[in-house]
Design a protein around this ligand. Structure first.
Ligand SMILES: N[C@@H](CCC(=O)N[C@@H](CS)C(=O)NCC(=O)O)C(=O)O
Length: 244
């Protein structure tokens, strides 16, 4: 049994390094795990060998016993099902979790991702051109945080009493609220949830993948500059790769 994980130091990437560490915390025997660090700035996602694993040329991806799985939330679902723990219920309660995993993939990820790109990365549009998308994605991001707040009024985690893959997926994006410039401080319940999740040892180890220990919670000025430059190279139209 072998599990190859292709991931990197990004919100979607950390979902999987956290999941691996949470499964280890739950004493699951994962077999041989090989973590492959993917450098997006070096274009590792575009190599022929990685394209054969993920034709979509994005991280994360895994190969488990010869089966390739792409898309971060599908990977969380797969690992949750293959290695049963409270992270992913196997009885009918999985239907408390699966919709929120889809919700993250369809909403939080794209909206926070676009807000981030227009706020920090895109270099080939004027301030005026960026104004409308920043406002639109900013408002929608706040609405989504409001939806989380509604859920968290009922229970400590998004889907109930237990920490699940839906929390992992959502937290990885929402934790970057300062970088994305979405003010979640008006929602104390979301803030408390952020801290509750951050306090987990598996989460702590997962988010240190690809990041120096002393920068887990706050990147250095140099790293912020580096992220900005790499993000700009990836997000701007002039450098978008359209071929595969
Ligand atoms: N929907 C995908 C999104 C994956 C994605 O966009 N990954 C980013 C990093 S967070 C990436 O690989 N970007 C590289 C690029 O755009 O070239 C998922 O959830 O796995």
């Amino acid at each position: 049994m072998s599990l190859d994980v292709y991931t990197g130091a990004t919100p979607n990437g950390w979902k999987i390094s956290i999941m691996i560490e949470e499964l280890i915390e739950a004493c699951v025997d994962l077999g041989d795990v090989n973590m492959h660090h993917m450098s997006l700035s070096d274009g590792n996602q575009f190599t022929d060998s990685f394209t054969r694993i993920n034709p979509n040329q994005r991280i994360p991806a895994i190969v488990h016993d010869g089966r390739n799985i792409i898309e971060s939330c599908a990977i969380l679902h797969y690992l949750g099902e293959i290695f049963p723990t409270s992270l992913f219920p196997t009885d009918e309660h999985r239907w408390d979790v699966i919709p929120w995993l889809y919700w993250q993939a369809a909403n939080i990820g794209p909206i926070f991702g676009n807000k981030l790109s227009y706020t920090r990365y895109i270099t080939d549009a004027s301030e005026e051109e960026r104004r409308h998308p920043i406002e639109r994605f900013g408002k929608e991001a706040l609405r989504l945080v409001g939806v989380m707040d509604y859920q968290l009024e009922k229970h400590p985690y998004l889907c109930g009493e237990d920490f699940t893959v839906a929390d992992i997926a959502t937290w990885c994006w929402v934790r970057s609220y300062k970088w994305v410039k979405v003010d979640i401080t008006t929602k104390p319940r979301v803030f408390d949830w952020m801290n509750r999740v951050r306090a987990r040892p598996g989460v702590e180890r997962g988010i240190s993948f690809g990041v120096p220990k002393d920068e887990i919670d706050k990147f250095s000025k140099e790293r912020r500059e580096q992220y900005k430059q790499n993000g700009g190279n990836i997000a701007s139209n002039s450098s978008l790769r359209s071929d595969i």
